[in-house]
Design a protein around this ligand. Structure first.
Ligand SMILES: Nc1ncnc2c1ncn2[C@@H]1O[C@H](COP(=O)(O)OP(=O)(O)OP(=O)(O)O)[C@@H](O)[C@H]1O
Ligand SMILES: [Mg+2]
Length: 314
């Protein structure tokens, strides 16, 4: 058996966009996920979470670097990887609104070339497991977002995968459903499956993950246990600084209260040392400040790069 369920080394993904600069969605991403681990990928909007899930699950090709799932290279051995994994990207894709929940699962079981009786048996069991059993014969177009997410999860499990990739799986679920979902994830790990899930929500990561990788602007910032990560986040106040001269950044970097200054593509980032006051306890993402040349009244601090509003604190 492979030592690691997922291994990524220097993964990169650049999107070419017509008449626009290339988008670097992933840059030099390296991580390891042990078999049976629930691993969270935590980051703000546009951090590269979905892109990483797509690359690792062979939906998208990387533009640099390598990765292996259960010991198989995701590019050279795609056919070996696919039967071992389940992928839940969510949204409207992958479910057929005019089919019932049961028919959707039967369809996916057939795609995996499962015998009809076996597909039906697994489908029923999974619908009960994710809590859709009361609605098996309803058309999926009548399902709420949360119910669809549950059905997506059942679909991702139809081929009995060893590694399950879940992209924001609890989006749209009410708090009770989200708690039940977390229990299902822990159960899946208890069965020896590896779960790799993305989330915006530190609380979800703390509740369900063994380890969490923090990602921002396509780069891995840290991989830690949820407890250690939450302590790490609370240690820093982060200031985004747009348009500052290199000499100014150098001077700032020399200040005693500044932990470090990093310069990603379009802005500099200044992380302050913890002052020891109460302010140090809130998660860094909630206190992110911007310093720039634009209109000071513009609420830039909380907006992610693509202009959409952040959904949670990070
Ligand atoms: N097909 C594409 N073409 C061009 N750019 C893309 C494409 N897909 C993603 N991107 C860009 O890559 C970056 C990472 O996107 P990604 O969807 O992976 O982020 P995310 O962390 O999943 O964000 P969210 O939390 O909003 O789902 C973003 O800047 C996004 O706009
Ligand atoms: Mg995403």
């Amino acid at each position: 058996m492979a030592d690691w369920a997922v291994e990524a080394d220097g993964l990169g993904r650049v999107f070419e966009v017509k008449k626009r600069p290339d988008v670097v969605a992933l840059s030099d991403v390296s991580l390891r996920v042990a078999a049976g681990e629930v691993h969270g990928l935590l980051g703000p909007d546009g951090a590269g979470k979905t892109t990483l899930v797509k690359v690792l699950s062979t939906v998208l090709l990387p533009t640099s670097g390598t990765a292996r799932v259960m010991g198989h290279d995701i590019v050279a051995e795609t056919a070996a990887v696919r039967p071992l994994i389940g992928v839940v990207i969510g949204g409207d894709r992958g479910l057929y609104g005019r089919l019932t929940a049961r028919q959707n699962l039967a369809y996916w079981a057939a795609l995996y070339r499962m015998a009809q009786a076996e597909g039906r048996r697994r489908g029923e069991a999974l619908l009960a497991r994710v809590g859709v059993d009361g609605r098996t014969d309803d058309r999926v177009q009548s399902f709420s977002r949360g119910m669809r997410q549950r059905l997506h999860l059942a679909r991702g499990l139809i081929n009995d995968p060893q590694v399950l990739f879940l992209d924001e799986p609890s989006t749209g679920m009410d708090p009770v459903a989200a708690r039940e979902f977390r229990e299902v994830v822990r159960e899946l790990a208890g069965e020896g499956r590896t779960v790799f899930l993305t989330t915006h929500d530190m609380a979800e990561a703390e509740a369900v993950c063994d380890r969490v990788t923090l990602i921002d602007r396509g780069q891995v910032l840290a991989t830690e246990s949820p407890g250690a990560l939450s302590r790490l986040l609370s240690r820093h106040e982060r200031i985004e600084c747009v348009g500052a001269a290199a000499s100014v950044l150098e001077d700032l970097g020399a200040l005693a209260c500044v932990e470090r200054v990093t310069v990603p593509v379009e802005s500099a980032r200044i992380e302050l040392r913890r002052s020891g006051g109460g302010r140090g306890d809130a998660p860094a993402g909630r206190r992110r400040r911007h310093v720039g040349e634009g209109d000071p009244t513009e609420p830039r601090g909380g907006l992610p790069r693509d202009g959409r509003r952040p959904r949670h604190g990070i």
